[in-house]
Design a protein around this ligand. Structure first.
Ligand code: CFN
Ligand code: HCA
Length: 542
């Protein structure tokens, strides 16, 4: 493979060559040759280096854009200059549909206080209060969520007291997030702030029985699933077939009421650990809901995750039905999987995305026999790379030093251990693991290159040297990669495609990869390192 041609170490040297000493020290820790048996310590979740174009986003993006934005029947008001709101307006493809006529879906709207210079000088609290009032009059929502942007933090507007006053005046739930963009080193701090706020202002508010699902025997929440391209709907449909009901998906295609009552679930399963581990821990402490990680990206991973959920409940019928569903679904996609695999087996992918997909999508490529030769997150932390057992507690996580950790106690009225400590111990003794979260490095091949927050220069070196057949990344890299003649699939927005989760989604993805890899267009692109080739000449003549 590529790795045998130029060694990972030599490629790493090329990537680091010419950097000033201080930058070199820092970047060296973020580019590592993988050893799955004893993962090296990676320089993750540290500040980006000025001058190097980072893949990352800001704390506001992680809070407003990622975790809370997808709640579709509350209003989201950005307190700040218009740009922050504008650039979070439908740029992330977290889909939502309104299930019943007359129910609200406000996701198409973009609301902001549109701060001007005089608000920066004299303060913006009055303007925020007026905006909340105006928005309420227009839409009469169940709740309003307010987000502070950088200048708001710098001038010290107290958005929380404005929200409290508005809540009293309007008689609805109004809450704010101090998620100023600069608060953390990436959007990751925004996830943490968002989790704290959702837990404090929404979780556990409603104890009324959860409608038609109240008597369902197996009730779960899916945490860290954002319904990009409709993924959450695929997962929901699949679980229903097995006999498992999803009370709430945090946060994808989800309503306020689903969130305020989802503490009634029997189990939380976590898709994106990076963005929502905080919530899983807090719900376990307060209500006694156990959690473990799942991955519905890739057919084999989906089957494994379904089996784990069935095993957790331990019900014979559920286990049998789950096996039937897996057999049916696998059969339905068998042909396309084999066909695509036959054409592309052995090809190489490189994935640089966010805080969990660079790991999850490796399983989807593995379904069709493709290997990931290099991967990295934008903003994940050491536990996402090295495994949770390396860093067993989120308390030592770098984010937690900056962001206030909520103090959570068991709720004396509502704490209900879903399984007794004895039953849990027995399950663990029988091989069931609540914490078998390996992290990216333990599951990648030896000698793969793991690169945190890859730069364009490093990406160019990777493409030139190891020639991956496809790259999975985001909008900041896509066209740079494609101008080098390599297809690039956006694994944030799925470009215009998806869903890619569960079995049906996996089949969609196999076909998409097949289409991209089979296109002849890439051979006509002249990459920057080829000097003498004319545009239009096929690559083969070089
Ligand atoms: S939907 Fe998620 S899966 S939440 Fe997170 S870490 Fe982002 S917005 Mo982009 S696609 Fe990405 Fe993950 Fe979790 Fe999305 S890999 S970067 S902050 N992410
Ligand atoms: C964000 C959102 C983002 C950006 C995608 C990209 C998303 O980070 O604020 O860079 O292509 O998924 O929409 O991650």
């Amino acid at each position: 493979s590529a790795i045998e041609g130029v060694s990972p170490d030599a490629l790493r040297e090329q990537m680091l060559e010419g950097l000033p000493a201080k930058t070199l020290r820092k970047r060296s820790k973020q580019i590592l040759e993988n050893d799955p048996d004893s993962p090296l310590v990676i320089g993750a979740n540290t500040r980006t280096i000025p001058g190097i174009i980072t893949q990352r986003g800001c704390t506001y993006a992680g809070c407003r854009g990622v975790v809370i934005g997808p709640i579709h029947d509350i209003l989201h008001i950005t307190h700040g200059p218009v740009g922050c709101s504008y650039y979070s307006w439908q740029t992330r493809r977290n889909l939502a549909r309104t299930s019943e006529l007359g129910k609200a879906n406000f996701l198409q709207y973009c609301m902001t206080t549109d701060m001007q210079e005089d608000h920066i000088v004299f303060g913006g609290e009055k303007r925020l209060a007026a905006a909340i009032r105006e928005a309420y009059e227009l839409f009469k929502p169940k709740a309003i969520s307010v987000y502070a942007t950088c200048p708001v933090g710098l001038i010290g507007d107290d958005i929380h007291s404005v929200c409290r006053e508005a809540s009293k005046e309007l008689g609805i739930n109004v809450f704010g997030f101090s998620c100023e963009g600069y608060k953390g080193v990436s959007q990751s701090a925004g996830h943490h702030i968002a989790n704290n706020g959702v837990f404090k202002h929404m979780i556990g508010l409603d104890d009324a029985p959860v409608g038609e699902d109240a008597d369902a025997p197996f009730k779960i929440n899916i945490l860290g699933e954002y319904n990009i391209g409709g993924d959450a709907w695929e997962i929901d449909t699949l679980l229903r077939k097995c006999g498992v009901r999803v009370l709430a998906t945090l946060s994808g295609g989800v309503t306020y009421d689903e969130i305020t009552s989802c503490h009634q679930a029997d189990l939380n399963v976590v898709m994106c650990h990076r963005s929502i581990n905080y919530m899983a821990e807090m719900m376990e402490t307060k209500f006694g809901i156990p959690w473990f990680k799942v991955n519905f990206i890739g057919a084999d991973s989906t089957a494994k995750s379904l089996r784990k959920i069935a095993q957790y409940f331990g019900d014979e019928n559920l286990i049998a039905r789950t096996e039937e569903v897996i057999a049916q679904e696998m059969e339905a996609i068998r042909e396309v999987r084999l066909e695509v695999k036959a054409r592309h087996q052995g090809k190489k992918a490189a994935l640089f995305v966010g805080g969990s997909r660079a790991h999850h999508y490796q399983d989807l490529f593995a379904d069709i026999g493709m290997e990931t030769i290099s991967a990295g997150y934008e903003f994940a932390h050491r536990d996402d790379y090295e495994g949770r057992d390396v860093l067993p507690s989120i308390k030592v996580d770098a984010d937690s030093r900056n962001i206030e950790e909520l103090h959570v106690d068991p709720d004396p009225e509502r704490f209900r251990p879903r399984i007794s400590p004895e039953a849990k111990a027995k399950m663990i003794a029988n091989g069931f693991s609540f914490s078998d979260y390996q992290g990216m490095m333990k599951e990648m091949k030896k000698r793969a290159l793991v690169i945190d927050d890859i730069s364009h220069h490093e990406l160019e070196k990777l493409i030139e040297t190891w020639k991956p057949d496809i790259i999975g990344s985001g909008i900041k890299d896509k066209y740079i990669v494609e101008k080098m003649g390599v297809p690039c699939k956006q694994l944030h927005s799925y470009d215009y495609g998806g869903p890619y989760a569960a079995f049906t989604g996996a089949a969609n993805f196999y076909k998409e990869v097949d289409r991209m890899l089979s296109s002849k267009v890439w051979g006509y692109v002249v990459p920057p390192w080829v000097k003498d080739r004319k545009i239009g000449e096929p690559a083969a003549v070089v």
